[in-house]
Design a protein around this ligand. Structure first.
Ligand SMILES: Cc1cc2nc3c(=O)[nH]c(=O)nc-3n(C[C@H](O)[C@H](O)[C@H](O)COP(=O)(O)OP(=O)(O)OC[C@H]3O[C@@H](n4cnc5c(N)ncnc54)[C@H](O)[C@@H]3O)c2cc1C
Ligand code: SF4
Ligand code: SF4
Length: 1020
């Protein structure tokens, strides 16, 4: 095809004009107006390969704000760009325009008509939130996109999104029944069901004219639509001009009549702003069953799809071998995927049946089994009829793309032909031939997703910064030829945006492109709505619009932490990576670690898990993992000017990251913002020094003895509000927060803490070194006593960690957590060296280091490895376990003898420390509690408690800290009956629970110590 000429890279509006616009907006809006470079940078990308700096960002407080913004934009000739979660893959939400982010505030569910199964929503409502609201009513909105936890209804309508179950429910266009829209000239109109002609009265002369022109256009192009339009259901490119002449294999309306809302669906913000959406709901199916078909070859899976759909499933989804292997390598997904596999399949198809009668569904599973036997694959189906395993497996499938994106190095799977749709009978041949195309171009792709509707996702691995734009175009052209041959659609799910607008002409022909342009001009004659998308676009390979254009390079940076594991090259065909440190990142791998964020937005989540507490309470792009990663990337590559890494705006961006490590585990590409914050703080401190409060907190363990002597003063401060307020003014410690009390005599100073074991261990058991962290030692020494008692009762010889004999510094050992929290990496490294010197000889001799405080002990398993301490740190990390982890390990090894008796309590409510969750170390807490006879333990579905070390004590963060606690933890604790035990292993978590819910929580060691049968009890 002939590519259009490149247009000049959009340049930002001159700064004076911009600042005038910003001022005017600030005068009239109640919401936020953000025109600074950092904010604009955060909104310059979505989940595509593009990056264009917007003019500015508006976060409207209400609908009036949006109307005022549209008015001002029109008056000043500024383009506008509506945005939801910004998870578009084609560049729909990037552009040189004023971005209107509706996701934080315009997220109301306006009206539900249960009988008619209709709901009216604002555009910023997230799909999962809507479905959670609808569930008690037995209804749901069935366009179940993979990004359901992030995607907004406005964005879904903008993109004509499609879910896994589209074979049963259709796309957005089949499920939106009306849109209250605002045009660029301020005209407001309801677009909805229409007769066969333009007879319905409209709200204004402007919209009456618009509608009659639209009908004329539709009538005029009828023959061309019939000639050029792909008939597959999964066609989302171009404008839905086929509302006037239905072409989709699934009609938009039951009777074929026109609904003008359907013309707006899929318009990618280019025609109007959607103020309200009226949606059609479906009854929640009473039951679902899942058959997982295991295929020895990918080709067989593809060839079988056309037969399987005849059984009437609601979904048939593909997971290929690469994806299976990637899921297996992920600790969260491994146990789930393994339940679905028979041997080593090359691909699996997830076949779901839904309905109200369970027995009938089970019969359909049996028919699937028979069908597969007829197709030569007897015994290839894993049947799942219980809800929990099905749900878990769907989560793995939904995370498919994200799992794939976890590839390190500069080459990344790129989305540009990832949703071509072909008729099912051609699927096997199409995928085989496209795989050959990839191989010819020296790359490969991983296939997954919607086999039921012929839309398979695939992303070849390309490195745009090393000139792969031409390969992208060449592959796109060959893929397009195949799609044409099989009479498919080039854009079957993700829309046009920047990557595919130029292909609209290829798909629909020049005449319909002109019709699309006319349609655009009828709605938006001045071209103000998201220009350059669907019509009049740029080339897909216009390198000036790339996030990583050729020659993109980070600035040199001497990092404090070791990031070499990210500093690699990965071969696009074999996916093998070079050795750590060989990736030519001038920032030592830090930049590449940051670049792992592909903007998919998974961190904008509210459901189970930890990530990201600051996003959960602020809903602010700046305070999510993605916002932080983008800001760091722009700073590290010099795009925010010199010294941006240590600018106050960068500090603000990082300030609400509580270092919970939720992202380390839950971000599908493993963006570890907690570690990045330490790196950032190191550079910040180097430039700006350390404040008094930070200095005090960082060296708290060092001053523990002195503080213990001053505990009376702390007690006084806790009782006398005047003193608390003075403390807030002087030190910035929140007056509303109680301070923990220091014990005059800590555990390490007591007789219980004799370094040497008090008793010999049972033969065959490893010696235990009890790690007495500074906080357990001084705040709650009884926890350490309890742990020692349990371990000794189980027959272990327990010594207490003490400095090495040769250590010139006789202070207690310290993991350095508080130093790392202040960015004092060099000091933390020295502490780590002391710890290693003290413990490694015994560890090398087979001893295990056992600790109570998750954030301390796990520092040895995490940050110690990034301090450049080599193999010594790795050896220690391999033998450092939390108390409950150790017990579970020993039990599994058949070595644990710990008779336990009832403790009186029958219920326990358990809060997991974020770091426990990040290291898969929370399950052992629940396991250990389950050993106590008569005790039922339940985990609270909570994110971070909000205390997060010093964060919750800081005056400026106190409110936010409490809000984090209130998100789920504190209400759950308050609701618990008085006789329920509250268990939390983190010192800070226990403090937050006490402050926020007035309940005393206990460490699991204390609970277990109470359950020790008297006969097995060790020294008290
Ligand atoms: C990992 C991953 C998986 C995905 N899986 C799927 C999938 O299964 N199915 C699928 O269809 N897509 C999928 N997508 C693409 C994307 O998530 C969906 O299209 C999603 O519906 C977009 O929602 P959003 O809120 O992020 O919209 P945004 O990206 O913010 O916006 C989408 C478009 O809608 C426009 N828009 C937003 N709000 C309004 C408004 N109020 N008025 C007018 N226009 C508006 C925007 O201008 C833009 O053009 C996936 C993306 C990723 C990264
Ligand atoms: S930080 Fe992780 S979860 Fe968030 S957008 Fe980036 S890659 Fe996705
Ligand atoms: S460490 Fe926690 S608070 Fe910080 S970005 Fe990651 S999830 Fe968010």
């Amino acid at each position: 095809m002939n590519a259009p000429e490149s247009v000049a890279r959009p340049v930002s509006a001159p700064s004076l004009e911009r600042s005038r616009l910003a001022q005017r907006l600030r005068r009239v809006l109640r919401g936020q107006v953000r025109f600074d470079a950092f904010s604009r940078g955060r909104y310059a990308t979505d989940a595509s390969i593009y990056q264009v700096e917007p003019v500015g960002v508006v976060v409207p407080a209400d609908e009036e704000d949006v109307l005022a913004t549209i008015d001002l934009a029109r008056e000043t000739g500024t383009a506008i760009l509506p945005r939801g979660a910004g998870t578009s893959q084609c560049g729909q939400t990037v552009g040189q325009a004023l971005v209107i982010d509706t996701s934080p505030k315009l997220n109301g569910i306006v009206a539900l008509d249960r009988d008619a199964a209709r709901v009216e929503v604002q555009p910023g409502v997230v799909l999962d939130h809507l479905n959670a609201f609808l569930k008690p009513h037995g209804l749901w909105f069935p366009v179940d996109v993979s990004t359901s936890a992030q995607a907004t209804l406005g964005g879904m309508a903008g993109n004509n999104s499609c879910g896994s179950r589209s074979i049963a429910y259709g796309n957005m266009v089949h499920n939106v029944v009306g849109i209250d829209a605002v045009l660029a000239d301020g005209t407001q109109e309801f677009f909805g069901p229409f007769g066969a002609d333009a007879s319905r009265p409209m709200g204004s002369a402007r919209t009456a004219r618009l509608v009659s022109s639209l009908f004329e256009l539709g009538a005029r192009e009828r023959d061309e639509i019939a000639r050029m339009w792909p008939t597959v259901m999964r066609r989302v490119g171009g404008y839905n001009l086929d509302v006037f002449h239905p072409r989709s294999e699934r009609p938009y309306t039951a009777d074929g009549s026109v609904n003008l809302a359907h013309l707006l669906v899929g318009s990618e913000g280019t025609l109007a702003w959607f103020r309200r959406l009226h949606l059609k709901l479906a009854p929640l199916p009473g039951h679902k069953v899942l058959g997982v078909v295991n295929f020895p070859s990918f080709h067989q899976a593809m060839a079988s799809a056309q037969h399987i759909v005849r059984l009437g499933p609601v979904a048939v989804e593909l997971v290929d071998r690469t994806m299976i292997e990637l899921a297996r390598a992920n600790p969260v997904f491994r146990p789930v995927i393994e339940t679905a596999l028979i041997g080593q399949p090359d691909a699996i198809l997830l076949v779901e049946f839904a309905g109200d009668e369970h027995a009938a569904l089970v019969r359909r599973l049996a028919r699937l089994d028979e069908l597969m036997a007829d197709l030569g694959l007897p015994g290839s189906v894993v049947s799942m009829s219980a809800e929990a395993p099905q749900k878990a497996l769907w989560e793995v499938r939904k995370a498919g793309l994200n799992i794939m994106m976890s590839l390190r190095g500069d080459g990344k799977p790129v989305s540009f032909i990832e949703d071509c749709a072909v008729p099912l009978e051609h699927l096997a041949e199409y995928t085989a031939r496209l795989t050959e195309v990839f191989a010819r171009h020296g790359t490969r792709g991983t296939w997954y997703a919607h086999a039921s509707v012929g839309t398979l996702h695939v992303r070849p691995i390309l490195d745009m910064r090393r000139g792969d734009a031409s390969r992208m175009r060449a592959i796109a052209e060959e893929a397009a030829a195949l799609v044409r041959q099989y009479k498919g659609a080039f854009s079957g799910e993700h829309g046009d945006g920047l990557v595919r607008t130029e292909w609209v002409g290829w798909q629909f022909g020049p005449r319909l492109v002109r019709a699309f342009e006319e349609l655009k001009d009828l709605f938006d004659p001045d071209g103000l709505m998201n220009p350059g998308k669907i019509v009049r676009g740029t080339r897909m390979d216009d390198e000036r619009l790339f996030r990583f254009p050729p020659g993109y390079r980070a600035r040199p940076l001497a990092t404090a932490l070791d990031w070499s594991a990210w500093n690699v090259h990965t071969d696009p065909q074999t996916e093998h990576s070079t050795a750590p440190g060989t990736g030519e990142d001038p920032a030592g791998g830090f930049a590449k670690a940051v670049e792992m964020c592909n903007n998919n937005g998974h961190c904008r989540k509210f459901d189970a898990g930890t990530m990201c507490p600051s996003w959960r309470v602020t809903r602010d792009e700046q305070h999510g993992v993605r916002g932080r990663a983008n800001t760091l990337r722009l700073a590290l590559s010099g795009q925010l000017g010199p010294d941006a890494l240590v600018a106050p705006a960068m500090r603000d961006t990082m300030s609400l990251c509580v270092g919970c490590k939720g992202c380390r585990r839950e971000c599908p590409t493993g963006v570890d913002m907690a570690r990045m914050k330490i790196e950032f703080l190191h550079h910040w401190r180097a430039r700006h020094g350390l404040g008094l409060r930070e200095r005090l907190v960082a060296r708290l363990p060092r001053h523990a003895r002195l503080l213990a002597r001053l505990d009376w003063l702390i007690g006084l401060r806790n009782r006398v509000p005047l003193l608390a307020r003075a403390g807030e003014r002087l030190l910035g410690i929140a007056a509303g927060r109680s301070l923990p009390r220091w014990q005059w005599r800590g555990f390490l100073e007591s007789a219980d803490a004799a370094a040497a074991p008090r008793r010999a261990g049972r033969p065959g058991l490893p010696p235990v070194i009890l790690w007495a962290d500074s906080f357990s030692d001084r705040f709650e020494p009884d926890n350490l006593r309890a742990a020692r008692r349990v371990l000794e009762a189980a027959g272990y010889s327990v010594s207490v960690a003490r400095p090495a004999a040769a250590d010139p510094d006789r202070r207690a050992l310290c993991c350095g957590r508080t130093l790392l929290g202040a960015g004092l990496v060099d000091e933390a490294r020295e502490e780590a060296r002391r710890v290693i010197a003290a413990l490694l000889p015994a560890v090398d001799g087979g001893a295990v280091v056992v600790g109570l405080e998750p954030s301390c002990l796990l520092t040895m398993r995490d940050e110690f490895l990034a301090l450049g301490l080599g193999d010594t740190a790795r050896r220690l990390a391999g033998s450092a376990l939390l108390f409950e982890e150790f017990l579970v390990r020993e039990q599994r090894a058949g070595r644990l003898e710990l008779p336990l008796q009832p403790i009186g309590a029958t219920r326990a409510l358990v809060h997991g420390h974020c770091h426990q969750k990040a290291f898969e170390a929370f399950t052992p807490v629940m396991q250990v509690l389950s050993w106590i006879p008569g005790l039922q333990a339940r985990a609270i579905e909570s994110s971070c408690c909000g205390m997060a070390g010093a964060f919750g004590y800081e005056a400026e963060h106190f409110g936010l800290s409490m809000a984090m606690g209130e998100a789920s933890l504190l209400p759950a604790v308050r609701e618990a009956p008085a006789d329920t035990l509250v268990v939390a292993d983190g010192t800070s978590c226990r403090h937050q629970i006490l402050d926020g819910a007035g309940r005393r929580a206990e460490h699991v060691a204390v609970v277990l110590a109470r359950a020790i049968a008297p006969a097995s009890s060790g020294t008290p």
